[in-house]
Design a binder for this molecule. Structure first.
Ligand SMILES: [Zn+2]
Length: 477
């Protein structure tokens, strides 16, 4: 997501595309969730919590394991028709399952384990009647349709005021949904602690094509409609899932380390592709510092938006000049480690994403400009006290000011202070080690701050408290 001080901030949200064009029979069953590479636990198993900042979204009674979404878009009528198959784990004994789904969408039918289920759909709360037992697994299937609308965003930023499904005047679609808003287009436990696997199939009339996260496993034309099937085989939080539909062309590239990279751009605008071809160099710079890219592929998507966002394996960027600048590309790619590979448990700790992405962006800018990290940080430090005053401490921010610059600059300065305190060698070793230590999972304030204390053998609790929870800016060394 992009910070509010446009001159110095980068955007933070990315989308996931890929270049594979392997074919697969339409209607073939999607695979069951596979074992997680990192933990040996079944992929998609999470420990859902109630969000401390936005408790009205998400329900900790549901642990979504795998979403299989089949979406058909009619751009003329603006009607989305969805068929969703959700494998989930109940986390407690209950007589219902609750998901988030916008009231703009009409639920036509729900089954649980093949049996028709009663449901109530009040506002965005979809409550399905079914007796469930803690730690038992269920298969919830629903059909729905309607005209999706974006969701009001709890923010004061100038570059966006809604999230979720966004339809352009020409019928094109894109989605950005941080901190929530996935529920504007499918039924979801829309809270970051509940990671799940995804298969997403999109159908739209040619020349439109649907783009989503992960690997493109099938693409074909059927009866004048373009069908694409995408598979995300590492678990993702709902805010890191996206879909876009438009008259897009794709070109392929490859990073120095061999990561397939896809550039999805509006047809007839090759200059945008040229800008994206600067991404592999940025990715190489990040891999030198953070380790191998943590996913199988990386895509970029350009849409008609003022803002941009990274999502897991796919980065969506507005077609403004700044959004496709090299420093923004670096910032958004950094989120693949800090945000996607390790994701905050809830929105209190969004600083974990933005602070490190900003710090890395600043380090890249310093090298690119032939200056020192300190001089970049000196510039950023001038604004930080006022941002803290206006929007609150980075880890205790105003809930109505989501994504304000206070969560970017203070934490970026904090990491630079820690770099100076520990020395470059030790600092960068730990910056690289943290994502791998919690790979494909979630973490919170206590997890990351105690980890740094343990790893360094220093009690850093006061240092982190002052920077993240202090009402006034700590002094810099
Ligand atoms: Zn960011």
């Amino acid at each position: 997501m992009r910070g509010a001080l446009a001159a110095v901030v980068a955007s933070a949200l990315l989308l996931g595309a890929c270049t594979s064009d392997a074919d697969q029979p339409e209607g073939s069953p999607s695979p069951a969730p596979s074992p997680s590479a990192s933990s040996g636990a079944p992929a998609g198993v999470s420990t859902p919590v109630e969000d401390r900042v936005y408790p009205d979204v998400g329900d900790p009674g549901v642990d979504a394991l795998h979403y299989d979404l089949s979406l058909t878009w009619a751009p003329d009528s603006r009607v989305l028709t969805g068929h969703e198959e959700l494998r989930l784990r109940a986390t407690e004994d209950a007589d219902h399952l609750q998901l988030d789904l916008a009231g703009d969408l009409t639920v036509d039918a729900v089954t649980v384990d093949g049996e028709d289920a009663d449901f109530e759909h009040d506002g965005k709360d979809l409550v399905v009647s079914h007796d469930v037992r803690a730690d038992q697994r269920y298969r919830l299937v629903l059909d729905y349709h309607g005209t999706p609308q974006p969701v009001p965003a709890p923010t004061k930023r100038s570059d966006f005021n809604t999230t979720g499904w966004t339809t352009m005047p020409n019928g094109d679609v894109w989605t950005m949904q941080e901190p929530y808003g996935a529920y504007s287009w499918y039924a979801v436990n829309d809270q970051p602690s509940d990671k799940a696997l995804y298969d997403i199939t999109v159908r739209a009339p040619k020349p439109m094509v649907g783009v989503a996260n992960g690997e493109l496993v099938a693409r074909r034309t059927i009866g004048g409609r373009e069908m694409t099937r995408w598979r995300l085989d590492e678990p993702a939080s709902s805010y890191l899932v996206t879909v876009a539909i438009g008259d897009l062309t794709v070109t392929g590239d490859r990073s120095a380390s061999g990561v397939p990279m896809a550039y999805w751009t509006p047809r007839g605008r090759p200059a945008l592709v040229d800008k994206l071809r600067r991404a592999p160099a940025g990715l190489a710079w990040l891999e030198d510092r953070l380790g191998p890219f943590p996913f199988d592929s990386l895509g970029f998507l350009i849409v008609d938006s003022e803002s941009g966002m990274e999502t897991q394996t796919l980065i969506t960027l507005g077609d403004t000049g700044y959004a496709t600048s090299p420093e923004v590309l670096v910032h958004e790619m950094a989120h693949q480690w800090y945000g996607d590979q390790v994701t905050p448990v809830d929105w209190r700790d969004v600083w974990m994403n933005e602070g490190m992405a900003m710090f890395l962006q600043g380090a890249w800018m310093a090298q690119d400009q032939g200056t020192s990290i300190e001089s970049v940080m000196d510039t950023w430090a001038t604004a930080e006290p006022e941002l803290r005053e206006q929007y609150g401490p980075p880890a205790d921010y105003d809930p109505e000011a989501f994504g304000a610059s206070n969560i970017y600059y203070g934490p970026a300065l904090m990491w630079d202070e820690l770099r100076k305190r520990l020395g470059d060698k030790e600092f960068w070793r730990l910056v690289r080690a943290w994502p791998a230590a919690h790979a494909y999972g979630n973490a919170d304030y206590d997890d990351i701050t105690s980890w740094w204390s343990d790893q360094t053998g220093q009690d850093l609790s006061g240092f982190f408290h002052d920077w993240l929870l202090g009402e006034t800016s700590p002094p810099r060394s």
